[in-house]
Each structure stands twice: as structure tokens, then as C-alpha cells.
Design a binder for this molecule. Structure first.
Ligand code: NAD
Length: 358
């Protein structure tokens, strides 16, 4: 029986890395029926919405999607398709493993961190009010009346809401993941010293949930200190659980620790749906150049194969990718910082991985 999977090529470099990934996944021998769908600018021009309902329905039906990056216009235009998709499907958990593969250009060899990011709420959830709007005026009046604080009238306002329910759900996910994968420690990241009612709630819930997992060590770190510790001593961290915004930023930091965005895979998960995508975005300046590293997307494909119960094929694909990195010959410019002129292109990396698969 083939696996039914929704395939979202995305835009920018998305179609190139997605095609390279589709090729290597199929080369493992796994059988797929791809439902290829369009989102973003192209969908907006076609149907007036960047995220057509048919795409959401396709993922609901297939339960699994492989997604390329999608460009979000900055400042104006439509809101992020990525955020909208996570909200529409309640993909509450973003899992971003950051592991060093031998041969990758890194400062520390022994990094193996899994960032678990809450994906729906927090400052990042897209609840915003534009400066000059009636809503902002009303909020400013409300804040002045209830707290005595005077927010300037030319402010824009973004809302940071953190709930007990969603904090509990993501921290439990992180501990369950740690238990399933025999990880030893969970670190909760926050700024509870300043944001007592939002991050403070997240931390209080994390401490409570931790008591259900006595065999797993628990600690917390304030996000600014965490950033410094990650850069200086990353090997002290194992599973890291964060509210949405810190998770977004720290997972890029952790991507930098393992060789860059070209090697950082990810998964967005609900209780029954899974959308696999690289941490990186659409890198628009490289569109159509056959230049960027498809391995982050391929490693997201490895996560997808595992999710589908294809453990042996996932191991073989991960092994083939690791071999290509270790050989250092057929890799893209980001993995050849000292000789970028000898770098392979996106599709050559796929050819090399397929060759290693045998
Ligand atoms: P980006 O991740 O697209 O690129 C930043 C830089 O990282 C690139 O210029 C490039 O130097 C490097 N890079 C990224 N992917 C790489 C790869 N596969 N191989 C080698 N190098 C790579 O981030 P950005 O420029 O901030 O965002 C571009 C667009 O992507 C924006 O519209 C943003 O909203 C969107 N975005 C989408 C997603 C998503 O679809 N999940 C995630 C992040 C950003």
C-alpha cells in the first residue's frame, strides 16, 4: 500500500529542495502517492487566498504532509501561510532535532539537541493591531484605565498570550519525547523574571509537569542566558522546550551549531497530523539557481519516514546523507566554506545520496 502524502513544494528554493527530497525518499524503495498542492503567492493569484481550504483538507485526509518553505511578504500583504497552517490544523508541536553529522563545518562535535517549540500561541501567533486603528485606541485606553501605563498613541500592538492548557500540552510532549527516545534532560526556556504572567505561567506548568517524569532531569533557563550557554557549551543540553518565539529563534541558533540551516530538519505535529519541513525559509535570492542545500529537507523526509513506520528506510536514507556529508565532495556551498567554488548543486546532492543508497 502506498503512503498518501500531501506534497507542498512551496516557493523560492522550495520546489528545488522538495524535488531533491522526493527523489531520495522514493529511491529508498518506499511507495508514495503524492497529492501535490499549491499555497502562498501562486495560490493567492489563482484563488484569492494563500492557503486554500482544499490544502488544509488534503492534509486532514492524508494525515501527513511534506512541505517546502513558503515566502511571507514582510510588513504588508497576506499573513504567514506557515502560521495559518499550524493554527488551522492545531499543529501544536514543532520538533527540531539539531545533531552534528561528521564532516559538517561546526565548532563543537558533540551537539545533539532537540528543540521542542510551542507552535500556536505566544507573541508569534499573529494576533496584532495596526497603529492608528480603532482597536489600538481601545486597547490603549483599556491599558491606561487598568494599569495606569501610557502606551504611545502611535504604537502597533502584538499580543502575547500563553495558556496553561497549551503550555502543559507542549511540555508534556517534550517529556514524552524524551522518555520515548531515552533522552536524559529537559530544559524549559523562558523570561519569567520579566513576563511573570505569561512566561511565568509557562515555567510554573513546566515545573509541575516535570514531577510526572522523575527519571528525566528537569531544569530551566532564562532565554538570554540560554542563548549564551548554547553558543559556549551546547553539549550540556538535550531536549529544550520553549514557547513559540524563543523556540523559533533558538532553533535557528541550534541550526547554526550543527552546520547551518541547510542541515536543520523539522516536523510540525498535532495528535494525529504531521507536516514535515526544514527549519529554513524560501531563501528567495537563491531561487532557481540549483544552489542551496537540500539536506535539511531530506532529513525532514527521514523524520517523515520514521513517522510512517519506515524505520529501516529512514536509517538507510539518514546513513546515505551522513556519508555524503562525511565524504565532503558532493555537498553544497554552505558545507564547503573554504572552497565554495567546488560546491555541488542541489540536484547533484540528490544524485550523490541516491548513489549511496545503492
Ligand atoms: P531563509 O531561511 O530563507 O534564508 C536565510 C539564509 O540562510 C539564506 O539567505 C541562506 O544564506 C541560508 N539558507 C537558508 N536555507 C538554506 C539552505 N537550504 N541551504 C543553504 N543555505 C540556506 O530566511 P529568510 O531570508 O529570513 O526568509 C525568507 C522567506 O522565507 C521569508 O519570506 C520568510 O517569511 C520565509 N520563511 C518561511 C519558512 C517556512 O516556510 N517554514 C520558515 C522561515 C522563513
Amino acid at each position: 500500500m502506498p503512503h498518501n502524502v500531501t506534497l507542498i513544494p512551496g516557493d523560492g528554493v522550495g520546489p528545488e529542495v522538495t524535488e531533491a527530497t522526493r527523489r531520495v525518499i522514493e529511491a529508498t524503495g518506499a511507495d508514495f502517492r503524492w497529492d501535490v498542492v499549491t499555497v502562498g503567492v501562486a495560490a493567492f493569484e489563482e484563488s484569492g487566498t494563500p492557503l486554500p481550504e482544499s490544502v488544509v483538507e488534503s492534509i486532514r485526509r492524508n494525515r501527513v504532509a511534506l512541505k517546502g518553505p513558503v515566502t511571507t511578504p514582510v510588513g504588508s500583504g497576506f499573513r504567514s501561510v506557515n502560521v495559518a497552517l499550524r493554527k488551522a490544523l492545531e499543529l501544536y508541536s514543532c520538533l527540531r532535532p539539531c545533531k552534528v553529522y561528521a564532516g559538517a563545518p561546526v565548532r563543537f562535535e558533540d551537539v545533539d539537541i532537540v528543540v521542542v517549540r510551542e507552535n500556536i500561541e505566544d507573541l508569534y501567533s499573529g494576533i496584532e493591531f495596526e497603529r492608528g486603528s480603532t482597536e489600538v485606541g481601545g486597547l490603549i485606553d483599556y491599558i491606561a484605565g487598568t494599569t495606569g501605563d501610557h502606551v504611545l498613541s502611535d504604537s502597533g500592538i502584538s499580543i502575547k498570550a500563553i495558556s496553561d492548557t497549551r503550555s502543559r500540552r507542549i511540555v508534556s510532549f517534550a517529556f514524552d519525547y524524551a522518555r520515548r527516545h531515552r533522552r536524559k534532560k529537559v530544559t524549559a526556556v523562558h523570561k519569567a523574571n520579566i513576563m511573570k504572567f505569561s512566561d511565568g505561567l509557562f515555567l510554573a506548568v513546566a515545573r509541575e509537569v516535570a514531577t510526572d517524569y522523575p527519571e528525566i532531569e528537569f531544569e530551566d533557563r532564562i532565554v538570554d542566558n540560554m542563548s549564551m550557554q548554547l553558543v559556549q557549551k551546547p553539549f550540556q543540553f538535550d531536549v529544550v522546550v520553549c514557547p513559540n518565539l524563543y523556540g523559533d529563534i533558538l532553533s535557528d541558533l541550534c541550526a547554526g551549531l550543527v552546520g547551518g540551516l541547510g542541515l536543520a530538519p523539522g516536523a510540525n505535529l498535532s495528535d494525529d497530523l504531521a507536516v514535515f519541513e526544514a527549519t529554513h525559509g524560501s531563501a528567495p535570492k537563491y531561487t532557481g539557481m540549483n544552489k542551496v542545500n537540500p539536506m535539511a529537507m531530506m532529513l525532514s523526509g527521514v523524520l517523515m519516514l520514521r513517522h510512517l513506520g519506515e524505520e529501516e528506510r529512514a536509517d538507510r536514507l539518514e546513513g546515505a546523507i551522513a556519508d555524503v556529508i562525511a565524504e565532503g565532495e558532493n555537498v553544497t556551498y554552505d558545507l564547503k566554506p573554504s572552497a565554495p567554488e567546488t560546491a555541488a548543486g542541489t540536484s547533484q546532492v540528490a544524485d550523490a545520496v541516491i548513489e549511496r543508497l545503492g
